[in-house]
Design a protein around this ligand. Structure first.
Ligand code: ATP
Ligand code: MG
Length: 493
C-alpha cells in the first residue's frame, strides 16, 4: 500500500510536493476544497497547495512543472499509486486588490502569510489550510471557523457577504453549488446577501455560469439546487424559460403543476445517477408547456409542447454556451420525450421506423427521460406494461438496418449501377431503399438492392418522392398513435 500521511490519507507523492517545498525553505499548506473534503471524510477531487514561493521559484524546484494561468498557478506532477499522473496545483499566497467589475480583481498581489491568503477565499468551509510538516503535529489553520461550519453543515461567506459577492458574482452560484454537493444549508446572512446581489450575475460570463449550473445539476440534490436558485433570485439570470412554469397548473391527468413536475422529474433522474444530458432533458422536458397551454383548469391542453419545448431547449442551452453535441442531444431528448406506443396496434416495421427516427443510440436515454417524466408526475410505476413491451420490441429489431449507412448499397454503388452523376437523386433513391428495408429487413440484400436501384433510377423525382412517402405510412400509423395519446393525456377534443 502507498504510504499516506498519517491521519489525513494524503497520497505520499502528493504530500511529498509540500515536503520538498518546505525543505527548500518555503511555507506550504494544503488549502481549499481538499482540506474541506478530508475533514468531511470525502475523497478530494484534486489537491491544491498554497505556498510563499513565487511561481518561478516553484518551477525551478520542480523542473517538470508548468505555469497554468495568469495568476501564477504552477502545476506539479505527482505519480499516483495506480500509475497515473495527477497535477497538484501550487499557488503563491495571494491577496486580492480592488474589484471594479464584479468578476475579477483589478490586480493580484502576492501575500506574505497563509492567513491573508485564506481571507480572499469564498466560503469559510473553503478557507482552511492544513500543515502537514514533518515532525510537527498536523495542524489546521482556521481563522474563520470553517471547521465549525463543516460540522454544522453551513455555507457561509468569509467576512462581509455583500462585499464578497460584489467582488466576484460567480460566488452567488458557487454557494448554491456547494450547498447541493455537500448537502449543506446557506447561512442566513449569506443567503440574504445573495438575494440582494443576485442581479450581479449578469456580469458573469455564460461559460462560468454554465460550469456552475452543470455541477449543481450533477449533484445529488440537483432539484433542490434549482429550487434554491429560484428562491434566491438567481434562476431568472440563468434559466429564465424554466420559470415560465411557475404557477402554471396542468389538467386532470396531473397532480402537480408544470414547475413542480419538471423539478420532480429532475429529482428522479439525479437520484438514479443518470447522465447530465438525461437530467437536463428531464428538467426541461415540459419547458414548452406554458407557451402551448390552451384553456384553463381540468380540460386545458398542451398540444405540441414537445416541439415548442425542443426549440426553447436548443436556444437556452446554446445561449449558455454548451457544446453543440450537448445541445443537440438534450434537445433531441426533449423533442421526442412524448412517444406513444400501443401493444396491439404497432408492427415491427413501425418500431423500426420509430428507432430510425429517434436514433438507436438515444433510445436508452429517451426511456430514462420518459421514466423521469412518469415518476415526476406522481405515477407510481416507472415502466408500465406498454413501455416494457416496447422495450421488448425494440430489442427484437434494434440490430436491423435502421439508417442509410446500414444499407448493403451506398451512394457510390447507386451512381455506378445507375450511371448517375452526384446529385440529389442519389439521396432520393437511398431514401426509398431505406423505407423499403425498414418495412422488411430481408430486402437488405446487396443483389436485390442493386436490381432495385436499377429500376428506381428510371423514375422521376416526383415518383421517387411518392414512393418514399408511401413507404412511410407505417410511420404515420405510429405517429397518429402519438396524437391519440396526446388527445387522451392532454385532453384535446
Ligand atoms: P471542487 O471540489 O469543486 O474542486 P473546490 O473547493 O476545490 O471544490 P475550486 O473551484 O477548485 O473549488 O477552488 C479551489 C479553492 O479556491 C476553493 O476551495 C476556494 O478556497 C478558492 N476559490 C475558488 N474559486 C473562488 C472564488 N470565485 N472566490 C473565492 N475563492 C475561490
Ligand atoms: Mg478543487
Amino acid at each position: 500500500m502507498e504510504k499516506t500521511s498519517k491521519k489525513t490519507n494524503i497520497p505520499g507523492s502528493v504530500a511529498e510536493i509540500a515536503g520538498v517545498l518546505r525543505k527548500n525553505g518555503f511555507k506550504a499548506y494544503f488549502v481549499g476544497g481538499c482540506v474541506r473534503d478530508l475533514l468531511l471524510g470525502r475523497d478530494p477531487k484534486d489537491w491544491d497547495i498554497a505556498a510563499n514561493a513565487r511561481p518561478e521559484e516553484v518551477m525551478k524546484i520542480f523542473p517538470d512543472s508548468f505555469c497554468e494561468n495568469k495568476f501564477g498557478t504552477v502545476g506539479v506532477k505527482a505519480k499516483m499509486e495506480n500509475g497515473e499522473t495527477e497535477i497538484v496545483e501550487v499557488t503563491t499566497f495571494r491577496k486580492e486588490g480592488k474589484y471594479s467589475d464584479f468578476r475579477r480583481p483589478d490586480e493580484i498581489k502576492f501575500a506574505e502569510t497563509i492567513e491573508e491568503d485564506l481571507a480572499r477565499r469564498d466560503f469559510t468551509v473553503n478557507a482552511l489550510a492544513l500543515n502537514i510538516a514533518e515532525g510537527m503535529a498536523e495542524k489546521i489553520i482556521d481563522p474563520f471557523n470553517g471547521q465549525s461550519d463543516i460540522q454544522n453543515k453551513i455555507i457561509r461567506a468569509v467576512g462581509d457577504p455583500r462585499e464578497r459577492f460584489g467582488e466576484d458574482a460567480l460566488r452567488l452560484m458557487r454557494a448554491v453549488r456547494f450547498a447541493c454537493q455537500l448537502n449543506f444549508t446557506i447561512a442566513e446572512e449569506t443567503a440574504a446577501a445573495i438575494k440582494e446581489k443576485a442581479g450581479l450575475l449578469e456580469a458573469i460570463s455564460k461559460e462560468r455560469i454554465r460550469d456552475e449550473l452543470q455541477k449543481t445539476i450533477m449533484s445529488p440534490k440537483a432539484a433542490g439546487g434549482i429550487a434554491m436558485l429560484e428562491d434566491l433570485g438567481l434562476l431568472r439570470h440563468i434559466l429564465p424559460e424554466l420559470r415560465e412554469g411557475l404557477g402554471v397548473g396542468q389538467n386532470k391527468h396531473h397532480i402537480y403543476g408544470v414547475w413542480e413536475h419538471n423539478l420532480r422529474a429532475l429529482d428522479y433522474a439525479a437520484s438514479n445517477g443518470y447522465s447530465f444530458e438525461v437530467r437536463t432533458a428531464s428538467l426541461l422536458h415540459d419547458v414548452g408547456k406554458p407557451r402551448s397551454k390552451r384553456g384553463e383548469g381540468p380540460d386545458s391542453t398542451f398540444y405540441a409542447h414537445e416541439i415548442i419545448g425542443g426549440k426553447m431547449t436548443a436556444r437556452l442551452l446554446d445561449n449558455l454556451k454548451f457544446s453543440k453535441e450537448t445541445v443537440e442531444k438534450i434537445t433531441h431528448l426533449v423533442r421526442h420525450h412524448l412517444f406513444y406506443y400501443n401493444v396491439d396496434e404497432v408492427t415491427e416495421a413501425g418500431v423500426r421506423r420509430f428507432l430510425s427516427r429517434v436514433g438507436v443510440e438515444h433510445i436508452d436515454d429517451l426511456f430514462k427521460v420518459r421514466e423521469a417524466d412518469r415518476i415526476g408526475s406522481g405515477v407510481p410505476k416507472a415502466v408500465p406494461y406498454k413501455l416494457r413491451h416496447l422495450r421488448f420490441m425494440i430489442d427484437k429489431v434494434r440490430h436491423d438496418p435502421l439508417s442509410p449507412k446500414m444499407l448493403k448499397v451506398n451512394g457510390g454503388d447507386v451512381m455506378t449501377i445507375a450511371g448517375l452523376e452526384p446529385g440529389p437523386k442519389i439521396g432520393r433513391i437511398l431514401a426509398v431503399l431505406l423505407e423499403e428495408v425498414l418495412d422488411d429487413p430481408a430486402k437488405n440484400d446487396r443483389e436485390d438492392l442493386k436490381d432495385r436501384v436499377f429500376a428506381l433510377a428510371k423514375l422521376s423525382d416526383e415518383e421517387l418522392e411518392k414512393l418514399a412517402q408511401r413507404a412511410k405510412k407505417t410511420k404515420e400509423e405510429f405517429e397518429s398513435g402519438i396524437v391519440e395519446e396526446m388527445k387522451k393525456k392532454h385532453y384535446v377534443k
